[in-house]
Design a protein around this ligand. Structure first.
Ligand code: NAD
Ligand code: TDX
Length: 339
């Protein structure tokens, strides 16, 4: 099996590649990544010498390179994206380019090279914002509300259109908020944990009562593995661990586990258009694939806090952009470098 993973140097993609090569050491895995601020080969240092792993530095907008790399590939798992909602509010350009046009470009290459499966990684944010009641599921109508979620929704529609129009053998997963090791310290959990390690306050948006549904990255990746191997072509699977929490609850838990009090909370101006509540019911994946989340939020957050405590050099370097300078010096701006 030859697998092409786009965005494999990011948070979820790097954890996915490690998971796949551990479980299926005979699979050939190509990591195709542009190495934006969020992409980091340091995330895969422990497996970079694996005989079946290779890395190609490339933009998913580079159709020529993509077509070349796609030769003989059986399965594409498409993680590459711009992913931070706050950045999409500051400027949506890269989100439209990478998430919409980039997805189109990866799918075209997949179609031209007759891949056997194109799995598209998406988010529950495409469904919009819930009130106090209700849940997202596979039949929920799309209602994206941030530039990020709109770009992901657009890409989902394109992927489905390629299935209906061209018969591209696609699957899609719409997953809840992930957390775990190697998450860029701009998102809620790693930002708050690293701030506290440095003795800084944590910026809670608005009233702190917005709700997210949290899943450990390993549970997400186990589900993706099951979808690739046993999911039905043309289908969408909603994924989540049914761990709804207000941001204030998360903050209190982190503060308590790290030995701080609520004086470390700084309420700040709310995010523009801040979605109030996400909650997902992953029953289809549970019934059809026999998947179920295995890591409780309490276990997962403890492991995640410990990981950031044990790896300060990682998040300090990532945050400072030091890796970017390192890879630029090593590879220049050239694409197509393989290591
Ligand atoms: P991330 O920001 O940590 O990593 C994104 C990766 O994509 C980086 O390695 C980056 O270098 C790469 N990339 C970006 N633009 C590229 C381009 N033009 N060409 C090639 N590579 C490019 O993201 P993540 O949190 O790991 O998210 C991965 C996927 O999962 C995304 O599609 C995201 O929408 C989806 N998702 C994320 C979450 C979450 O909570 N983080 C939840 C549900 C779905
Ligand atoms: O400093 C902060 N303070 C704060 O209160 C940050 C960064 C966030 N928040 C709030 C906003 C959200 O209600 O915490 C919640 C989580 O925020 P993020 O970590 O930025 O995640 P979210 O906006 O929910 O989006 C994430 O989950 C779905 C990922 O970034 C997306 O890529 C994914 O698709």
């Amino acid at each position: 099996m030859k697998m092409l993973v786009t965005g494999g140097a990011g948070f979820i993609g790097s954890n996915f590649i490690r998971y796949i090569l551990t479980k299926y050491p005979s699979y050939a895995v190509i990591n195709y990544d542009k190495l934006t601020y969020a992409g980091n080969l340091e995330n895969l240092r422990d497996i970079e010498n694996h005989p079946n792993y290779s890395f190609v530095k490339g933009d998913i907008l580079n159709t020529e390179l993509l077509n070349h790399v796609m030769k003989g590939v059986d399965v594409v798992v498409h993680f590459a994206a711009e992913t931070h909602v706050d950045r999409s509010i500051m400027g949506a350009d890269a989100f439209v380019q990478t998430n919409v046009i980039g997805t189109f470009s990866v799918m075209e290459a997949a179609r031209q090279n007759n891949v056997k499966r194109f799995h598209h990684i998406s988010t529950d944010e495409v469904f919009g914002s819930l009130g106090a009641e209700g849940h997202f599921h596979e039949e929920t109508p799309y209602d994206p509300r941030s530039p990020y979620s709109a770009s992901k929704a657009a890409s989902d529609h394109l992927v489905r259109a390629y299935y209906h129009t061209h018969g591209l053998p696609i699957t899609i997963s719409n997953c809840a908020n992930n957390y775990g090791p190697n998450m860029f310290p701009e998102k809620l959990i790693p930002l708050f944990v690293t701030n506290l390690i440095e003795g800084k306050k944590v910026p809670l948006y608005g009233d702190g009562l917005n709700i997210r549904d949290w899943i450990h990255v390993e549970d997400h990746n186990r589900a993706v593995d099951m979808i690739i191997h046993a999911g039905k072509v043309g289908q969408t699977y909603c994924l989540g661990a049914m761990e709804e929490k207000t941001n204030r609850e998360i903050t209190d838990l982190i503060l308590q586990k790290m030995g701080f009090g609520e004086e470390m909370i700084e309420y700040v101006e709310d995010r523009k258009g801040h979605d109030r509540r996400y909650a997902i019911r992953p029953y289809k994946a549970m019934v059809e694939l026999g998947w179920k989340p295995q890591i409780t939020f309490d276990q997962g957050i403890e492991q995640t806090i410990n990981w950031y405590r044990d790896n300060p050099e990682w998040w300090k370097r990532v945050r400072s952009g030091e890796y970017q300078d390192y890879y630029k010096k090593q590879y220049g701006e050239k694409q197509g470098m393989t290591i």
